[in-house]
Design a protein around this ligand. Structure first.
Ligand SMILES: [Zn+2]
Length: 184
């Protein structure tokens, strides 16, 4: 799936569910999509899971032991799998997300697996940091998007990590700098 399509899907869901105030209420979006959300303590390596039962009913579980910004990102990532990778009539399915970065480093995942993880991450970034809201904010406040302080402030407003915000601005071509290797 091309990135523009993913961006469009995320924007459409935000507008359809009316969750346009910041920070984006990702749990409300899950509820509006009739996804059950079950926070629970999981093995440290697992960030989140998406379970589709045989009737097609989705449940997302996320690890409550992780930081809030990471939990928000995980929830948005699992919604991404649901929107981009689950079709009606697929039957029961399970997606398990371990540490996204560790997963890519530790073994050699299937190309299809890498593609799906990239798509779910792109969806999560689009959902938590919608381009139209970023543009509004940046135009209003005259942010210097190459300054770490501005990126920090934006990250706080959108309730995401500085690394995730920095990466998003870079991807949107709104900033030329990348701050903070800590994505979550
Ligand atoms: Zn995933």
């Amino acid at each position: 799936m091309v990135l523009e399509r993913i961006e469009h899907l995320a924007t459409d869901i935000i507008k359809r569910t009316g969750a346009t105030t910041l920070p984006i209420d990702v749990e409300a979006i899950a509820r509006a999509l009739n996804i059950r959300v079950a926070p629970f303590p999981m093995d440290n390596a697992v960030s989140g899971v998406l379970l589709i039962d045989s009737n097609g009913v989705p449940t997302i579980g996320y690890n409550i032991t992780e930081s809030r910004v990471r939990r928000r990102f995980t929830l948005a990532h699992e919604i991404g799998h649901y929107i981009c990778h689950v079709k009606q009539g697929d039957g029961s399915r399970v997606f398990v997300d371990k540490d996204f970065k560790v997963m890519f480093r530790s073994k050699s995942p299937e190309p299809g697996e890498i593609r799906m993880e990239r798509e779910a991450n792109a969806f999560a970034a689009s959902l938590l940091m919608p381009e139209f809201l970023l543009l509004e904010m940046v135009t209003d406040k005259e942010f210097d998007l190459n300054s770490e302080d501005s990126i920090r402030e934006l990250a706080k407003t959108f309730d995401v990590s500085v690394g995730a915000m920095s990466f998003r601005l870079l991807n949107l071509g709104m900033s030329a700098s990348y701050y903070n290797n800590q994505f979550f």
